[in-house]
Design a protein around this ligand. Structure first.
Ligand code: PMV
Length: 320
């Protein structure tokens, strides 16, 4: 038997970093999908192959882990925890790792879906795959807020906080003139989420009262942005994103290259900011259909290494 599953990447529109510290974020899945396939394997070992490399280890925790690169360990954890026994897991992703588009969450969600499908012989509920993917992701980054995995598992747009979990947000459908285009620009550097979150933590510890005001402002922007998205008011949502970029820059999540991208992308669109942990990774601009190509050109002119236009993907984890 071969068990397949796919999951979308994600973009955080508003509220990253603060969401890892009790704040609220607005995030959405995008139509760049990761796919995973799990197959039984004779010999009782787990073999994993992805664009981050290939590795083989035993099915018991600790058996052969030393030979597995750190980037593949969350997938190894998910394979072992799924109870599927000896298996081969292949993960294919169109995403550049470390770009803040939730590549590791999307891989963990797609892999968890395929692994549980193999172990159970039937499609698992989304909540079971999300639980396994979240536990796998936290083996690499214990401080993860859960917003990435929730967006990749459920799809669509959502407000997310630790206290409330996911609250789905409606967005204009594709045929609607207010349907947003997300123009994503890759900077020259991959980022480490753990390092970027530690940097934000140092800012918080040095400036506690300013930080607490910033977190509250980011939460208000996320709530306002959710209303704006649901009502198709892209100008308002874009304004919220540019305001949020100023908070992220103050927090130390941006840098000269990302500032330049956000400025160039924001000039021709409704607004732009970094997305994800920052310190590298991507900037995202909110454009309408007509302005997306010009925004992409502005990003490339400002030094983006690669640029693509995405739509909100309503589908989360799927079993093709
Ligand atoms: O790893 P990234 O770039 O997708 O960022 C995740 C968003 C953070 O808020 C920085 C961390 C988190 O877990 O919420």
């Amino acid at each position: 038997m071969r068990a397949r599953a796919t999951a979308p990447a994600k973009v955080i529109l508003l509220g990253e970093h603060f969401v890892a510290d009790g704040g609220t974020a607005l995030a959405c899945a995008i139509d760049a999908r990761v796919s995973a396939e799990a197959r039984p394997r004779a010999g009782g070992t787990v073999r994993i192959e992805s664009r981050m490399g290939a590795a083989e280890a035993g099915t018991a925790p600790g058996d052969g882990d030393g030979a597995v690169p750190p980037a593949l360990r969350p997938l190894l954890f998910a394979a072992r925890e799924s109870g599927a026994g000896g298996l081969e897991l292949t993960v294919e992703s169109p995403l550049t790792p470390g770009m803040g588009l939730g590549s590791s969450s999307a891989c963990c969600v797609a892999a968890a879906g395929a692994l549980l499908r193999l172990a159970r012989g039937s499609e698992p509920p989304i909540k079971d795959a999300l639980d396994l993917a979240s536990r796998a992701e936290r083996t690499a980054f214990p401080g993860a807020s859960g917003v990435d995995a929730a967006a990749c598992a459920h799809g669509g747009a959502m407000l997310y906080s630790a206290a409330t979990g996911r609250r789905p947000v409606g967005a204009p459908g594709d045929g609607d003139p207010c349907s947003p285009r997300l123009v994503v620009a890759e900077s020259s550097r991959a980022h480490s989420t753990a390092e970027a979150v530690a940097r934000a933590g140092r800012f918080r510890d040095a400036n506690p009262s300013e930080y607490s005001e910033m977190r509250s402002s980011a939460g208000k922007l996320a709530s306002a942005g959710a209303h704006a998205l649901a009502s198709g008011d892209l100008a308002w949502l874009g304004w919220c994103m540019s305001e949020n970029q100023a908070l992220l820059a103050r927090l130390g999540a941006s840098n000269a290259e990302l500032d330049a991208l956000a400025e160039a992308g924001g000039g021709l669109s409704h607004g732009a900011k970094i997305t994800g942990a920052g310190g590298g990774g991507c900037a995202v601009a909110l454009a309408d259909r007509g302005r997306a190509p010009r925004t992409a050109r502005a990003f490339l002119k400002a030094g983006a290494r690669r640029c693509f236009t995405a739509r909100i993907d309503r589908e989360g984890l799927e079993f093709p």
